[in-house]
Design a protein around this ligand. Structure first.
Ligand SMILES: Cc1cc2nc3c(=O)[nH]c(=O)nc-3n(C[C@H](O)[C@H](O)[C@H](O)COP(=O)(O)OP(=O)(O)OC[C@H]3O[C@@H](n4cnc5c(N)ncnc54)[C@H](O)[C@@H]3O)c2cc1C
Length: 464
């Protein structure tokens, strides 16, 4: 016999549980948070599911810099350019969360890059610095470097260059972006893993998460290094080249008075030392794999190599770290040497790639361009939804107040970026061709006495 009461209750519960959205986002790192915020500001009905805490994945394990990446100037110049451009928006809209961080790059006799090469790199970086409200570099004498950073090794020091970046508590940034999305109407479900991607025939139609069915017209996978694993929930895939990175952390927030970029013990690589309210961070390493981000672990070799690097410069840095943190960079699958991987991002339409319409993945990129990554993903979602609504994340601060547009800076051509992403040697040649010309011009300026003076006073005035 039918129990009408029970069947009625079950039907009612199913209706409550199966809510419909325009968009469901999987992943609440800085990228997914940006997607939810962008979509909500465009008036879409959006939900986001995150299996852990806001920004608790790769975002929390980053070096916490909003930067263009000086080192990409050596092999991926367009990423530095594009990232500085979007960092400008992040500075403009999340300004209060960011702190200006001067970073000293000390140069020693025998280093693989000499003072003039490093200064050329930073002169080139200066060309993009204004886009992110950064200040031009300064060149310091050895004596000024030693006054600035007591305890820094004096022997062989030839001088130092200071460049300007932004530090941010990355996990707190992701949480603030999620708060802003929630304020704009998004539903945010933390500690709620997506267990399945719902299907309606071939198409993706939302997620099952936390015992609920969140039906959606478009589903966006923003699971960072877990993106391939999430895509597989729908029988799709996303080739990534995950690169593991460890930091050592000392609780003392100001073990060094400024940030440092040090040539590592295994020459040619570099290590940041970053003083911050979260402690003094030393790292990161940059090593292949593993394919499963949950299996990424800090090894004793990583700890040793980071300690060796910092102790090369500070003889009294004897104690080990209070803790370590590890994360996996969600780098797009691409050919070539792992030292030359492009940090470009892309939106993947799994309808085209894998025959799963209405499932998109936003992959690759960096925290420093999460806003434009989100814009690209939501543009693609709007195209599928047939919605015409302009992005507003560059015009609205995280607290909801309007901000003016940034100047109309030139942007790199997306077609050229895409073309070079697949061609690592050409990408490197493109970057080195720029640096070659810049190096010659730098030497000519020096010979003519036209380089700015070594200016310790300017440093103190600027960062007092
Ligand atoms: C060592 C290191 C240093 C870095 N330093 C910098 C830096 O200084 N500046 C910079 O700009 N970039 C830096 N990056 C890169 C930057 O951290 C990443 O590009 C960025 O944080 C990626 O954010 P995301 O949201 O895409 O990924 P994540 O932050 O990893 O977010 C993905 C989220 O998806 C969630 N998830 C996974 N599976 C599911 C599921 N089934 N259901 C629900 N949720 C799920 C995860 O819990 C996670 O929170 C660094 C990266 C590393 C590893």
């Amino acid at each position: 016999m039918l129990d009408f009461n029970n069947s009625f209750r079950a039907a009612a519960l199913a209706t409550i549980a199966a809510v419909s959205y325009d968009l469901v986002v999987i992943g609440g790192g800085v990228t997914g948070a940006g997607v939810a915020r962008d979509a909500a500001l465009r008036g879409l009905k959006v939900a986001l599911v995150e299996r852990g805490e806001a920004g608790g994945g790769t975002t929390a394990a980053s070096t916490h810099l909003i930067h263009g990446g000086v080192r990409y100037l050596l092999y991926d110049r367009l990423t530095t350019h594009a990232t500085c451009w979007d960092s400008g928006h992040i500075v403009r809209t999340a300004g209060a969360a960011l702190t200006r961080l001067p970073i000293l790059w000390p140069v020693y006799r025998g280093h693989s890059r000499g003072l003039e090469t490093v200064e050329t790199l930073l002169e080139e970086y200066d060309r993009f610095q204004t886009m992110k409200y950064g200040l031009p570099h300064l060149r310091l004498t050895p004596e000024a470097c030693l006054r600035l950073v007591p305890g820094l090794k004096a022997e062989g020091l030839r001088g130092g260059l200071v460049f300007d970046e932004w530090w941010v508590d990355a996990q707190a940034l992701a949480a603030r972006v999620l708060d802003s999305a929630r304020a704009a109407g998004a539903e945010i479900l933390l500690r709620t893993p997506a267990e399945a991607i719902l299907r309606d025939g071939a198409r993706a139609s939302g997620v099952r998460a936390g015992g609920r069915e969140l039906r959606a017209r478009v589903t966006i996978n923003a699971a960072g290094p877990w993106a391939d694993r999430v895509a597989r929930l729908a029988g799709a895939s996303l080739p990534l080249r995950l690169m593991k990175g460890t930091h050592l952390i000392w609780n003392d927030p100001r073990r060094v008075p400024v940030g440092l970029l040090l040539e590592a013990a295994d020459r040619g690589r570099y290590v940041f030392v970053v003083p911050s309210p979260l402690g003094t961070w030393v790292g990161p390493t940059d090593l292949p794999g593993p394919d499963d981000p949950d299996a990424a672990r800090t090894t004793p070799e990583e700890v040793r190599s980071l300690l060796d690097s910092v102790r090369l410069y500070f003889a009294d840095w004897r104690d080990g770290p209070d803790r370590t943190i590890v994360g996996s960079r969600p780098i797009l699958g691409q050919p070539g040497d792992e030292k030359l991987l492009s940090r470009d991002f892309a939106v993947f339409d799994h309808g085209v790639r894998d025959g799963v319409p209405d499932l998109l993945t936003i992959g690759g990129g960096k925290m420093s361009d999460f806003r434009v990554m989100a814009e690209a993903a939501v543009d693609a979602a709007c195209a599928r939804l047939g919605v015409r609504a302009a992005c507003a994340t560059h015009l609205t601060a995280l607290d909801g107040t309007p901000v003016g547009a940034i100047p109309d800076w030139p942007r790199p051509s997306p077609a050229l970026k895409r073309f070079l992403r697949e061609r690592p040697r050409l990408r490197e040649a493109h970057a080195l061709a720029h640096l070659g010309g810049a190096f010659a011009a730098h030497l000519a300026r020096r010979a003519a006495g036209l380089c700015p003076p070594r200016d310790e006073d300017a440093f103190r005035r600027r960062y007092a």
